[in-house]
Design a protein around this ligand. Structure first.
Ligand code: NAP
Length: 309
């Protein structure tokens, strides 16, 4: 029986090297050389061409290579009874925290202004609020959002978080559910989304909810692009209600050449790269689940297909 790898950013040989160290008897196949599909029990991928998933009759699970599983869930050919295993990657949270800190601090400490001043050889200190007086709101308090919240708290920001279910986190004000979204947004001078792309999170930041942010709020989105009603965000920035946005994810990716975000003076665009986790940091959950599947034990870190993440 075999593991088929359809690699993402990290090449298949990195996955094979990392997994073979723990499972030397496992047979590896690398997409598109599937061999006999009846023999494929496990797949590592974050997407497959149409029709593909339906052609593996003995598939025991699909392990996602990315933290977002929206593409896998949207695949009509992935049989409903085949579990999806979440990507659990120790490097991903670290790289995401670094990107978010760069954006949050860059806005709060006015990095762009100092770039302009340097070009004109101007030596001028610009006042900034102490971090414990800056309200930061993290949308999504899961693996990544939780790490981002704790990191910004460590830099003494006034951090709150919002999730679907109620939580308690040391030093972080936790809000939950649709009823508390308004109160959460109302105290978020910088709002950072690390939410998954689901039906419920689609257009969650729209005209009505953007209006709930304090005047001059800044938006950072590294979750999924479905979150933002892009026309509403442009209106809010043009009116001055929203000061600007650092965006790593978009409704359409790659961002179309004629999209107004490319040239908007208040928008920073990055190409869906805020976080990355190399194969060697993400094999643990796969190795453990192969062991469990072989032993007939329940799998771990399964995606909740109903909730969509
Ligand atoms: P996770 O551990 O599953 O956490 C998801 C968080 O979102 C949870 O706190 C969850 O609430 C919350 N949530 C989900 N739906 C919600 C809703 N309708 N209302 C309020 N809160 C909701 O996921 P993760 O590993 O942190 O990753 C989060 C997302 O980041 C991924 O799904 C992916 O889309 C994105 N991502 C982007 C990049 C990039 O490069 N830009 C890289 C990696 C990941 P509960 O805690 O109550 O369940």
């Amino acid at each position: 029986m075999a593991l088929l790898i359809k690699a993402g950013r990290d090449p298949a040989e990195n996955w094979i090297k990392a997994i073979a160290a723990d499972l030397p008897d496992l047979e590896f196949r690398v997409w598109p050389d599937t061999g006999d599909r009846d023999e494929v029990e496990f797949i590592i991928a974050n997407r497959m061409p149409p029709g593909e998933f339906a052609s593996y009759p003995n598939l025991k699970f699909v392990a996602s290579t990315s933290a977002g599983v929206d593409r896998l869930l949207a695949d009509p050919d992935l049989p409903a009874d085949v579990p999806i295993i979440r990507s659990v990657n120790t490097q991903r949270a670290a790289t995401m925290c670094a990107w978010v800190c760069y954006q949050v601090i860059g806005h709060h400490r006015r990095f762009a202004r100092y770039g302009e001043q340097q070009a004109k050889q101007i030596w001028e200190f610009v006042h900034y609020a102490p971090p414990d007086e800056v309200g930061i709101g993290i949308m999504g308090l899961g693996t990544l959002g939780g790490a981002v919240a704790r990191t910004l708290k460590g830099l003494m920001y006034d951090v709150a978080g919002w999730s679907r279910s109620a939580k308690t986190m040391d030093g972080i004000k936790c809000f939950a559910g649709a009823d508390q979204l308004g109160a959460f947004l109302g105290r978020s001078e910088i709002v950072v989304s690390v939410l998954p792309g689901t039906a419920e999170t689609t257009d969650l930041l729209n005209r009505e909810t953007l209006a709930k942010l304090p005047a001059g709020a800044y938006i950072v989105n590294c979750g999924r692009g479905n979150l933002i009603d892009e026309d509403a965000l442009i209106e809010a920035m043009d009116s001055g209600h929203v000061a600007g946005a650092a965006l790593d994810v978009f409704k359409t990716e790659p961002l179309p050449k004629d999209h107004p975000f490319w040239t908007h003076p208040k928008v920073l665009v990055s190409p869906h790269y805020s976080s990355n986790g190399g194969a060697k940091h993400g094999v643990g959950v796969i190795v453990e689940n192969i062991r469990r599947a072989r032993a007939g034990e329940p799998l771990a870190e399964m995606v909740d297909k109903q909730a969509g993440y």
